[in-house]
Design a protein around this ligand. Structure first.
Ligand SMILES: [Zn+2]
Length: 142
């Protein structure tokens, strides 16, 4: 297996389904000034193939966004070379902004002051969100 040096201080974002690593990298870390590596298609006993992102000097990450992309992700927090915390990505119960209503006649498309707000209805396999303005269901996809 390809060897990549562990990190001393930072995050290891693990159990990313193969293919999602690049999406996460582009969404969260494309502009970072810190050393970051994206490992793709690493063998995993749990999920077959996975991607891993390691980033130094960063301790905060948007767990909601990770959960929307891939809820199985775990985030390992490393300080002074030791694992100090392990947190799971989460699927947000509500989303404000960042998602467009699927209903073309929804007021949120025409009224600049109507910020789309969504409530999670279902999260097995696909994540379905209900628009608070028109009650149309929108399936979240990146
Ligand atoms: Zn709507």
């Amino acid at each position: 297996m390809l060897e990549v040096k562990g990190i001393e201080n930072g995050l290891v974002i693990d159990h990313i389904s193969a293919g999602n690593g690049l999406k996460i990298f582009n969404r969260l870390f494309a502009d970072t000034e810190y050393p970051v590596v994206l490992l793709m298609n690493v063998s995993s006993q749990i999920i077959g193939k996975k991607d891993i992102i390691k980033i130094e000097n960063v301790f905060d990450v948007d767990l909601d966004l990770l959960g929307l992309i891939d809820p199985r992700i775990t985030v390992n927090v490393i300080k002074n070379g030791a694992l100090v915390d392990k947190v799971k990505a989460r699927i947000p119960k509500t989303i404000k902004g960042g998602l467009q209503c699927q209903n073309p006649r929804c007021i949120t498309h025409t009224d600049d002051y109507a910020i789309p707000e969504f409530k999670l209805l279902k999260a097995n396999g696909k994540m379905e969100y209900e628009c608070s303005y028109c009650e149309e269901i929108t399936v979240y996809k990146l």
